[in-house]
Design a protein around this ligand. Structure first.
Ligand SMILES: *Cc1c(COP(=O)(O)O)cnc(C)c1O
Length: 292
């Protein structure tokens, strides 16, 4: 199982060279930053645990990786969601379908969701392991530190004194720990989920020692997991030029925001490909609806 040392591709677009850290080429079960965020659990045996518990969106990339982790560890996996749409119920591919095939027990909480999940940590028994929504917790640092080492070694090889690293944010966990472990470089991100203020709060919640925060390139236009015609154009252009398949949820926003801020960035740009492409079939269906 390949969980570290992803290769780096490069391509030219609009007179810029973009380097892409291909974490999408890590093991497909844990592809992308989820392999990094879950490395701690993959490498450590937790003999007292037999049940994994988590919660969040019904098409979450993390949910699918957790279902693979549970299967590998022979743990039960309980996943709480707020509601399941009729569209989601009818899907025959994508994160939800594959997670259920891996044995995930899905529990729909409806109105009780928020209060239930807020209290979840206090209800865990000694055989249960809780991984918070999006994996926003300190254990994620372990694998992101490895990613930082790989980037530093590559930058040295390239003779880059400066580097702008761009990574899309959901919870912001990956961006924050990457900046922590690469203080000599500038990490840029954008808020794909929620507001820039939400993202800052997420950073603050994880900061334990003095460190720089990643630069937030503000997204105040695009809502998470929502199709927009101009984003489709951006990601199609990028995919055609690079010959790399990107995620259809985070990456269209991330590339659009990055391309609109290129005048602010003078260092070579390394874009972190966070995987997530197995969710593309479901997101593409939503795109088809608005484009037809
Ligand atoms: C999970 C995910 C992210 C966001 O990672 P965070 O650490 O939550 O910010 C970005 N891109 C893709 C494709 C993802 O699956």
């Amino acid at each position: 199982m390949r969980l570290i040392n992803s290769p780096i591709s490069q391509f030219d677009y609009k007179q810029h060279t973009f380097y892409v850290k291909r974490d999408d080429l890590l093991d497909p079960q844990f592809s992308g930053n989820k392999a990094r965020k879950l490395a701690y659990y993959l490498e450590n045996s937790l003999p007292h645990i037999d049940t994994l518990v988590s919660y969040g969106g019904s098409q979450s990339n993390l949910m699918y990786s957790l279902s693979c982790l549970a299967k590998l560890k022979q743990w039960n996996f309980i996943y709480y969601i707020k509601t399941l749409s009729t569209q989601a119920k009818s899907e025959t591919s994508g994160n939800l379908t594959y997670s259920l095939q891996n044995g995930m027990q899905l529990i729909e909480l409806k109105n009780d969701y928020n209060s239930f999940c807020d209290n979840l940590a206090s209800t865990m028994k000694s055989n249960q392991l809780l991984i918070k929504q999006g994996g926003a917790q300190i254990e994620a640092e372990y694998g992101i530190q490895q990613l930082a080492h790989e980037i530093r070694a590559w930058a040295q090889q390239q003779n880059f004194q400066q580097l702008a690293i761009f990574i899309a944010s959901g919870t912001g966990t990956s961006a924050l720990y990457l900046q922590k472990h690469l203080p000599e470089f500038e990490v840029y991100t954008t808020n794909c989920v929620g507001s820039p203020e939400y993202l800052l709060k997420q950073f603050e919640a994880l900061i334990t020692t003095k460190q720089n925060k990643p630069n937030i390139l503000v997204n105040d236009t695009y809502r998470f997991a929502t199709p927009y015609a101009e984003l489709y154009k951006t990601i199609t252009d990028i995919q055609n030029t690079s010959q790399i398949e990107f995620d259809m949820v985070y990456d269209p926003i991330a590339w659009n925001i990055l391309l609109n801020h290129l005048n602010k960035i003078s260092s070579p740009i390394l874009y972190i490909h966070c995987g997530g492409t197995i969710g593309n079939t479901t997101m593409l269906k939503r795109y088809k609806k608005i484009l037809s």
